[in-house]
Design a protein around this ligand. Structure first.
Ligand code: ADP
Length: 480
């Protein structure tokens, strides 16, 4: 039973019901149309029969007086002339009274079919209808045609020709049978074929529900075979596949971010473990000695302090990174870049640290930024140049182009190798030459600069030709 409640069967039944109603309506309309055509054509035959006899009669009596004409046509001879094998004729007075009649087959049809007196009177006064149907007391019906004979405008008599409708009824009944059998055959064929056709059209829906089940079970690569047609089901299948692709992509992004998170935690733990192991080593060495000379103690404490400072820097860097990568918008205020970068560089005192610093700061370039964060970007770039391009020139510039503001640092150091360049903004990535920990870098400086600039809807890029220095540019949107 549940099977018949499916969309497929519901559509089938709906379609069949509609088809049945249409066939019935069509059949009924066709039946009445055929009936009308048959009645009219038989009536036309009767009228032409009448016209032939009447014209002949008129010819015979053309020269005679009107009264003679009347006498003639009202005679039994006229009605006998009209009569044929099938046709019965009667002549009725203009007031409805029977004048003469000739039944077709006297034995079986003793009575001439009779209409109401009113019918005859109305026909005599105006124009008779195309045909009438008269029902005899025994239930048999006849097709009746009335013709009015007039002298001048006065009706003299109404001539009635009639035939039994048996033949017409037989034809109509045959027509009915053909229509009923034909309709039943069409319905049966529709009942057999429509579930197949509808089932085929709905197949993608079934596939979609199966695929949705597999998607829900975690198989995000599942798709439906979209039908080639561009109908509603085709559009639904397309939309379903787009949705499945969206889910797949979303889970892929989640998988990747989880993977990145695992790497990040592993890298951070690794970075923290190194100074911790080092401190634990010093404590171990000092603990084993019964007497520690002051020099060893001093140097061990200094080394431990260095390691702890290194750990503090690392933890602070990690906190900054998470702050800007959390997606929280930094608190912004208008920052005029030439003044801001100039002041930051003054505070850094790069010349005292051995760098050949030069500036080209276009005045008035303003952005909306968190000054503390922006200072850290300048700081990190400057510290890197000090570390990786010691003694080289650091050329700082501020300018605006294409609606964007830029802070650029060009150094004349050794530059960045081709292998390193695509990775230097990754967390914990250290260039080949920087892997030696004596430089003290943790590989987070540029990652932090990138996260800060991106939190300000900007971008940061690096370019370098090995041996010819490196260029870093932070692009920021101009303040409106
Ligand atoms: P860290 O300085 O802690 O190693 P960064 O993220 O600041 O990490 O830098 C990543 C890498 O980019 C560095 O290890 C170094 O190889 C390279 N790098 C950064 N700045 C420069 C520069 N001015 N010249 C050459 N290499 C650089």
């Amino acid at each position: 039973m549940a099977r018949f409640r499916s969309l497929r069967w519901r559509l089938t039944f709906l379609y069949l019901a509609l088809l049945a109603v249409l066939l019935l309506a069509g059949g009924v309309a066709q039946y009445f149309a055929a009936r009308e055509v048959l009645f009219r054509s038989n009536a036309d035959v009767l009228v032409s029969e009448y016209n032939a006899v009447f014209t002949a009669f008129k010819k015979q009596t053309a020269s005679r007086a009107a009264t003679v004409v009347r006498a003639l046509i009202l005679s039994q001879t006229f009605s006998d002339e009209l009569r044929s094998r099938r046709t019965s004729a009667a002549i009725i007075g203009p007031n409805g009274g029977l004048i003469a009649f000739t039944p077709a087959t006297l034995a079986t049809r003793p009575d001439v079919p009779s209409l109401t007196t009113q019918d005859y009177r109305t026909a005599a006064l105006s124009k008779p209808k195309a045909y009438y149907i008269a029902t005899a007391p025994d239930g048999s019906t006849s097709l009746v045609v009335l013709n009015v004979i007039r002298t001048g405008s006065k009706a003299v008599a109404v001539v009635q020709l009639s035939i039994a409708t048996d033949d017409i009824d037989r034809t109509l009944s045959l027509d009915r049978q053909v229509a009923v059998i034909g309709s039943l055959a069409v319905l049966l064929l529709a009942l057999l074929l429509s579930p197949l056709i509808i089932g085929r059209a709905l197949r993608p829906l079934k596939q979609m529900s199966e695929t949705a089940g597999k998607l829900a079970a975690g198989d995000y690569k599942q798709r439906v075979t979209a039908p080639r047609s561009s109908d509603e089901i085709g559009a639904l299948a397309l939309a379903f596949n787009q949705m499945a692709a969206g889910i797949d992509q979303a889970f892929e992004v989640q998988r990747q971010s989880e993977e990145q998170m695992r790497h990040f935690v592993a890298d951070a733990s690794h970075e923290l473990r190194t100074p911790l192991t080092s401190i634990a080593g010093y404590i171990d060495v000092l603990g084993r000695r019964e007497v520690v000379d002051p020099e060893t103690l001093q140097s061990s404490l200094a080394a431990m302090q260095q390691e702890s400072a290194r750990m503090t820097r690392l933890v602070n860097d990690l906190l900054t990174l998470t702050r800007f990568e959390s997606g929280r918008a930094p608190s912004r205020q208008p920052v005029v870049l030439d003044q801001f970068v100039g002041q930051a560089l003054d505070e850094l005192g790069l010349r005292n640290k051995g760098a050949l610093e030069s500036r080209d700061l276009q005045p008035g370039v303003t952005v909306r930024a968190d000054p503390e964060a922006l200072k850290q970007v300048v700081n990190n770039l400057a510290q890197n140049a000090l570390k990786y391009a010691p003694g080289a020139e650091q050329h700082w510039s501020v300018f605006q182009t294409d609606g964007r503001a830029a802070i650029r640092l060009q150094d004349t150091g050794p530059g960045i190798s081709r292998q390193d360049l695509p990775h230097i903004f990754e967390r914990f990535y250290r260039g080949e030459k920087a892997r030696d920990r004596s430089h003290g870098g943790s590989g987070l400086g540029l990652a932090i600069a990138k996260s800060i600039v991106e939190a300000h809807q900007g971008t940061i890029e690096a370019s370098s030709e090995p041996g010819q220095g490196a260029t870093f540019t932070a692009w920021l949107p101009l303040a409106a």
